[in-house]
Design a protein around this ligand. Structure first.
Ligand SMILES: [Zn+2]
Length: 460
């Protein structure tokens, strides 16, 4: 065994396969052993009574940097990530989308020294520009973000553009993250609502209704199968939409299914009271407790394959600067997502192993990062989170590290707290605060020749 830098001893090690008492040894930034052996090490950390999980992998994050840094930037957003227990993110921002290899290279260059955690970068697919897919994939983008409706200034794909894009990704083995809301339905609803002079908070629910999500999901998943492409359906908001994806998966489509805490914990009705602070799309759909329970059941079962934050922050001032039509879509989420999943485990909605699966292993697998990221296997990056599962606390706006400075879960009591986060064996956060330098590295996506060497012993 190489000289060991760090041993975390007597931890309760949590992986998707189960939970066991073990010591974890780290050398040169990678895990070298997980088990009963405890080699001599430069530093030993006693983790008795603590859970040890793989660092969170949040693959749907908008840090607005470069682009709209008055809303967020990489230093603030990744400080929130590290403190929350997230060690890898995949970022894309709509304000300054990556559409060419030159855009990607400029962004990688700009972000050097700005991140507390490792990061991949996604490109934006653009109708009529499918020629950009192959070079961007080879240059190392993590995935292609695709909109079916024009949103945040990014052009929407109709079925023809979507099919062309998916065929282009299939040729190179690329993967897409698809925002599914039907353009014709959202546009028609907007026209009616505006002609009625409506500007009450309730417009959100009529403008971005369930049919719009379902129609786009049905078309997108069908085309993924027919193109033999790979894709993730973004922020699936309700069980019926998840069912459509499951149907196409059964027919052979290579699809992952992402959801977010807001579809488990926030209610459709909240928008009437909170207005712009609940403006995100698709909107929250849960109406009764049973709707929430169904979402947890689908997550446990793997029908919803993974969780992302869809971190898309605005400050309270920015959210209050306009009416429901013109404020930005989106919620801050990096600060709270891991905490809410740990709390869900404490409440029995999930097991801790489920948390490791849905917020580390499954998203890492969806984008070719596993097992180097999202796992505790020997050879993996030593991205590790220590959790005290007994701490009860209250989520507070005051504790938010994101530039947003607030959370929709302000005042919510949760059980479990991330007490330490390690990135490649280095401690990057202690007790809710990021520590150390901006040592996070760009990690090229699966299409790059330099991506995630497959020397690790990967299970199928
Ligand atoms: Zn998003």
């Amino acid at each position: 065994m190489p000289d060991v830098d760090l041993v975390i001893r007597d931890a309760t090690v949590v992986s998707p396969d189960g939970t066991r008492r073990a010591h974890v040894a780290v050398a040169g930034g990678v895990i070298v052993s997980v088990g009963p052996e405890r080699p001599p090490a430069t530093e030993t950390v006693d983790a008795a009574g603590l859970l040890l999980l793989p660092g969170g992998v949040d693959t749907h994050v908008h840090l607005m940097d470069p682009g709209s840094t008055e809303r967020e930037d990489f230093p603030t957003g990744t400080a929130a990530a590290a403190a929350a227990g997230v060690t890898t993110i995949v970022e894309h921002s709509h304000g300054q989308p990556v559409r060419t290899v030159a855009d990607l290279e400029a962004k990688i260059d700009y972000l050097r020294g700005r991140s507390h955690v490792d990061f991949g970068l996604a490109a934006h697919a653009w109708p009529g520009k499918a020629d950009a897919v192959a070079p961007l994939w080879a240059a190392g983008v993590a995935f292609f973000k695709v909109f079916t409706c024009t949103t945040h200034g990014v052009a929407g794909h109709d079925a023809a553009a979507l099919r062309t894009h998916l065929q282009s990704t299939a040729r190179v083995g690329g993967v897409s993250l698809m925002h599914c809301e039907d353009e014709s339905l959202t546009a028609a609803a907007e026209e009616v609502l505006r002609s009625q002079g409506r500007d009450d908070n309730g417009i959100l629910l009529d403008w971005r209704d369930r049919d719009a999500e379902l129609v786009a999901t049905a078309v997108a998943t069908l085309l993924v199968r027919r193109a033999a492409a790979r894709a993730t359906i973004a922020h699936v908001s309700n069980p019926e939409a998840a069912e459509y994806v499951t149907g196409e998966r059964r027919r052979g489509a290579q699809l992952a299914v992402e959801s977010c805490p807001q579809y488990f914990l926030l209610r459709e009705d909240d928008v009437h009271e909170h207005g712009p602070l609940r403006k995100f799309t698709p909107p929250a759909r849960a109406r009764i407790d049973d709707d929430e329970h169904q979402m947890w059941r689908l997550l446990r079962a793997g029908t919803l394959t993974h969780i992302s934050s869809d971190h898309a922050p605005s400050t309270l001032e920015q959210k209050r600067a306009g009416d429901i039509w013109n404020v930005h879509f989106g919620l801050p989420g990096l600060d709270s997502t891991f905490a809410l999943l740990l709390d869900a485990a404490a409440r029995g909605h999930l097991s801790y192993s489920d948390v490791a699966r849905v917020y580390a292993e499954a998203p890492a697998r969806a984008y070719g990062m596993w097992p180097r990221k999202g796992s505790l296997l020997p050879g993996a990056d030593a991205d590790i989170v220590l959790v005290d599962p007994t701490v009860r606390r209250t989520l507070r706006n005051d504790d938010v590290l994101s530039k947003a400075g607030w959370t929709p879960y302000d005042g919510r009591a949760v059980t479990g707290k991330v007490v330490r986060t390690y990135l490649r064996g280095e401690c990057v956060a202690v007790d809710g605060a990021a520590v150390g330098d901006h040592d996070g590295r760009f990690r090229p996506g699966a299409g790059a020749s330099s991506a995630y060497p497959s020397t690790l012993t990967a299970r199928p």
